[in-house]
Structures are given as structure tokens and as C-alpha cells.
Design a protein around this ligand. Structure first.
Ligand code: NI
Length: 255
């Protein structure tokens, strides 16, 4: 049974069929699903979904795109939301210098603040890092984020950096990109990362894997991601599903 470690079913692209889809996922092999917050409003939605569906868990946090509007009181709101027992992580948080929708200094500030929050609450972090690998790594080091632990979601960095992260106890989140033809760098990361440090995720509705690239993504596509990892690691699809499920349960303390 699959553990979907990163999804955004609160996204408006699911408005037309959200509940139909979410009702159907357990019968399609999804055992657990972590729906991840992007701002305060969506963090509320994540908690709401976790209350409605037994198999859904939530992460609460503010994405680097949205920290430009973040206020001190939002941290209090996140603490309140995180007190619900099915909130198992702080995320997604991090740095995005590709779009740079929020100024870099503001991104760094709130990344640090939310790491401190996770440490205080004793919860793992879900890290978004795009075109910011060095700063992201430096902040994780400086803040001693390994105390909280977590996953570098939709990993896009180098093999060397992945090794540094796993040495600190972090997990590497692998999504649809691994199925793309030109994804040699990520395929190499998968090859070099121990199987007990890999999580699978869709990041849906974004980043659908081949053969559904370009379409709206959902958790039923995880099998293509697991299949590709199996090919790279030379192990069966069932083993990829089994290991990544155990890893996610261990990290998010879900059982
Ligand atoms: Ni995401």
C-alpha cells in the first residue's frame, strides 16, 4: 500500500471532483496521504481534509511564495492548527529563488522562523528548495534543523548535497520529474540514495509523471514514480512501495 507523502488536494484544480477522487483513493492502493499546506488558508483546508478522511494527514506551513505577506501572528495560528493530532509536519517551507515571488531576505527569515517552530513542536519539516540549494542547506545547518528532521521535497539538487542531507537524517522526496527523459541528475540521486531515505510524492495537481505529463496530477500516478525508482534501483515495484511506505510512517510517526 502506497504512502503519498506530498499532495495539495485543497488546490482549486480539484474543486470539480475533490470528494469523489478522495473517496476513491484507498481502493486504488493509497494507504496514507499527507496533504501539505502552502499558506495559512490552505493549512486550514489541510486540517479540514484530515478531519474528514481517516487516511489523510496534514502538514501546516507557509510556502516561500507566500511568506511575503506573513505576519508574526500567523505563527500563532500555525501552532493552533498543529495541535490537532493528525497534523504531523510543518510545511511546506523553504526557499524559491526561481520565481522569487517573495524577496530573498523575507524568504530566509520565515524559513528560519518556521524551522524553529518545528523544533519547538517536535515535528519534521517539509522543505521546498528551488534554485536555492546553497542557502537552503546553510540555513538547515545553522538552525540545526536535523533536530526536527524532515524531507527535501521534490528534490532537484546534486548527488553530493543529497548525501549531506541523508547524513543529517533527512529524507529525499522523489516525484514525477524522475520519469522525465532528461532527468539524469535526479535519476543519479535516486541511484545513490539508500532506499531507506526515499519518499515518493506527486505534489499534485502539479508535475504529473510520464505517461500523463502535462495533465492534472493525482495520487494514482504514484505507481509510475515507484516503477521508475524500481528500474533505477533494480528492485520490484512492490519493494519500492513497501520501503517508501515504511520510511514515511517512520518520519511522520503515522501508524
Ligand atoms: Ni508542494
Amino acid at each position: 500500500m502506497i504512502f503519498e507523502s506530498h499532495a495539495h488536494y485543497d488546490d482549486k484544480r480539484f474543486d470539480i471532483d475533490r470528494h469523489e477522487l478522495l473517496k476513491s483513493l484507498p481502493s486504488k492502493g493509497i494507504e496514507y496521504l499527507l496533504n501539505v499546506g502552502a499558506d495559512v488558508k490552505s493549512s486550514y483546508e489541510c486540517v479540514k481534509l484530515a478531519k474528514e478522511y481517516d487516511y489523510i494527514y496534514a502538514a501546516v506551513g507557509v510556502h516561500p511564495h507566500d511568506v511575503k505577506d506573513m505576519k508574526e501572528k500567523d505563527l500563532e495560528t500555525l501552532i493552533g492548527l498543529a495541535s490537532y493530532k493528525k497534523v504531523v509536519a510543518i510545511g511546506e517551507i523553504g526557499l524559491d529563488y526561481y520565481y522569487e515571488i517573495s524577496p530573498k531576505e523575507v524568504q530566509k527569515l520565515w524559513f528560519r522562523e518556521q524551522i524553529e517552530l518545528a523544533k519547538e513542536l517536535d515535528m519534521p519539516i517539509i522543505v521546498h528548495s528551488r534554485d536555492a540549494s546553497k542557502d537552503c542547506y546553510d540555513i538547515i545547518k545553522e538552525t540545526d534543523a536535523k533536530e526536527a528532521g524532515g524531507v527535501i521535497h521534490c528534490y532537484s539538487g546534486s548527488v553530493e548535497m543529497a548525501r549531506e542531507y541523508t547524513k543529517m537524517g533527512f529524507y529525499i522526496g522523489v516525484g514525477g520529474v524522475v520519469t522525465f527523459k532528461n532527468a539524469n541528475k535526479l535519476k543519479n540521486v535516486v541511484k545513490e540514495t539508500p532506499m531507506n531515505k526515499i519518499l515518493i510524492e506527486t505534489d499534485c495537481p502539479y508535475l504529473a509523471p510520464v505517461p500523463n505529463r502535462g495533465k492534472r496530477n493525482d495520487s494514482t500516478n504514484l505507481k509510475y514514480i515507484a516503477e521508475e525508482i524500481g528500474k533505477i534501483k533494480n528492485i520490484s515495484l512492490e519493494d519500492v512501495i513497501k520501503y517508501t511506505n515504511e520510511n514515511a510512517k517512520r518520519l511522520f510517526r503515522v501508524s
